[in-house]
Design a protein around this ligand. Structure first.
Ligand code: VGL
Ligand code: ZN
Length: 203
């Protein structure tokens, strides 16, 4: 069963938002144009409390994009983004979500960050998405959204480990760091992920 996962297409990740991804707005019409080719669509939202430990403002003396050691892992400190209930956390207003069956929220615990739609960054807590998709009979997962090099990439890594057949729709996603993304694409290919464009879905 063909399933589309729309990762974090939220106002704060769109130009004008607090953690904007270059050209993030360009993917919205592309995602809308492919939606009817899927049997199931699920979206995710980054959904942080204001006190979230991934925000630089919540660490004395730290600036946006500094990196610190956090529970044995390196954690990037981000500008405040996707605060629960804020406009920045809402899905982009032009994203047509009519056919989306579920929205999974992540990063809700102030002490844990969660780039992946499946697990937090320390792999301590599952979001329940694996069970949901397996119960629905999803086998092939197609990923799109923001940012390709962070939340989309980490979601794909977990999905591969969970045994799903994974596709990355390149023109329906945009990276935060365009230059670093080539290396990430190579890693995806090495994991057996198929990198496709939206055009190939119409046939
Ligand atoms: C994301 C950084 C922090 C993302 C979320 O959705 O890619 N990036 N939180
Ligand atoms: Zn976040």
């Amino acid at each position: 069963m063909k399933t589309l996962l729309v990762i974090d297409v939220q106002n704060d990740f769109i130009p004008g938002g607090s953690l904007s991804v270059p050209n993030g707005d360009k993917i919205v019409p592309v995602i809308n144009s492919i939606k009817d080719t899927f049997d199931l669509i699920v979206a995710t939202q980054d959904w942080h409390p204001k006190e979230h430990s991934s925000f630089a403002v919540n660490h004395d003396g730290k600036s946006d994009f500094d990196r610190i050691e956090w529970r044995g892992n390196m954690q990037t400190l981000w500008p405040e983004h996707c605060v629960q209930g804020s406009v920045g956390a809402e899905l982009h207003p032009e994203l047509d979500t009519t056919k989306y069956e579920a929205i999974f929220r992540k990063g809700t615990d102030k002490a844990i960050d969660s780039y992946s739609a499946f697990y937090d960054n320390n792999h301590l807590k599952a979001t329940g998405l694996t069970g949901y998709l397996k119960e629905k009979g999803a086998t092939q997962l197609y990923f799109c959204g923001l940012a390709s090099d962070i939340c989309v990439y980490f979601s794909i890594c977990d999905a591969v480990k969970e045994g799903f057949d994974c596709y990355f729709i390149e023109d329906a996603s945009k990276p935060l760091d365009v230059e670093a993304f080539e290396a990430i694409k190579s890693k995806m290919l090495a994991m057996g992920v198929r990198i496709i464009t939206s055009e190939s879905l119409y046939y």
